[in-house]
Design a protein around this ligand. Structure first.
Ligand SMILES: [Zn+2]
Ligand SMILES: [Zn+2]
Length: 295
């Protein structure tokens, strides 16, 4: 809750006129507790999980030729019932695990010092903090994900996420409840190390989920803006990890490609890519994606 009752008080304290965004934030957050503001995260997650995958899923159901040529594993079809079941299961985990976890994790947000007051962070400050969050999450997630591929971790926990050998957007958060809890650690580590404003925290949660939905979409669109991000993995990169499944020792990273490159866990993927390119050059008509040679 803001320690000012009026805009004038806030401007007096900051010794300057508030920006338009700060006035909006003042009006919105003035009479709301910090806990209430933090709980907005649940709403954002629900909306992102439910809405962002929809355009691609609708076109998948309609078997739209506009996007079919970009499907990474074109021979794998998922029924409408299968898609609905995936969403239903994700929502059950959301209600039983993600939501309650958010409700009880507020003390940790208080402890690390995520602030809700004024001034708002500058665009540059937000960008740098978000970059740190992505790098920290990517590195930590890489090692946890590698551990989840040991026999015990895979059999007991991670095999649930790998039920989709050809993932869809709704399957991004589809995982065992224990995996959802464990992977909450890398997500929170960045904000704990470099705490910022609640708006930066919300932006982080939203962007990370959107990134996960894109990498699980099953489609590699050439026009996606993420293609311009250096060392970004993307849909094709993570799709290969799902395609290989439990035996996969490739492409563990959640966002970028550099960890797999440094630790040598992208060899299978690189070999496959090189092999398919050679086939394309040789004029094979059956090279439409990473699943082509499985049949
Ligand atoms: Zn995996
Ligand atoms: Zn995945």
């Amino acid at each position: 809750m803001l320690p000012y009752q009026t805009l004038q008080e806030a401007e007096l304290e900051l010794r300057r006129e508030l920006s338009y965004a700060e006035k909006l934030w003042f009006d919105y957050s003035r009479d709301k507790s910090d806990y209430y503001l933090y709980c907005h995260t649940i709403l954002f997650l629900f909306v992102i999980f439910s809405i962002v995958p929809l355009p691609v899923v609708f076109m998948e159901i309609k078997k739209s030729h506009t996007i079919l040529k970009y499907k990474i594993q074109p021979k794998v079809k998922i029924s409408t019932q299968g898609i609905f079941k995936c969403y239903k299961d994700v929502m059950i985990t959301f209600c039983l695990v993600v939501g309650p976890l958010q409700l009880v994790s507020y003390p940790s947000v208080q402890m690390v010092g995520i602030r809700t007051g004024l001034p708002l962070p500058s665009g540059w400050e937000m960008f740098m903090q978000l970059l740190v969050y992505f790098l920290v999450e990517d590195y930590t997630n890489y090692w946890i994900h590698r551990w989840l591929h040991c026999k015990w971790g895979y059999d007991k926990i991670h095999s649930v996420h790998h039920e989709y050998a050809a993932p869809i957007g709704f399957a991004a958060p589809y995982a065992h409840w224990a995996e959802v809890l464990i992977l909450g650690i890398p997500s929170f580590l960045g904000p704990a190390m470099v705490p910022g404003h609640m708006i930066t925290f919300w932006s982080w949660i939203i962007l990370r989920q959107m990134e996960a939905i894109e990498t699980h979409s099953g489609y590699d669109f050439p026009w996606t803006p993420t293609k311009y991000i250096p060392f970004y993995g993307g849909a094709e990169y993570h799709d290969y990890h799902h395609y290989v499944g439990g035996q996969s020792q490739s492409n563990f990273a959640s966002v970028f490609t550099y960890c797999d490159y440094i630790y040598g866990t992208d060899k299978g993927y690189r070999y496959q890519k090189h092999y398919l390119e050679k086939l394309r050059e040789a004029g094979s008509g059956d090279v439409d994606g990473i699943n082509s040679k499985s049949e």
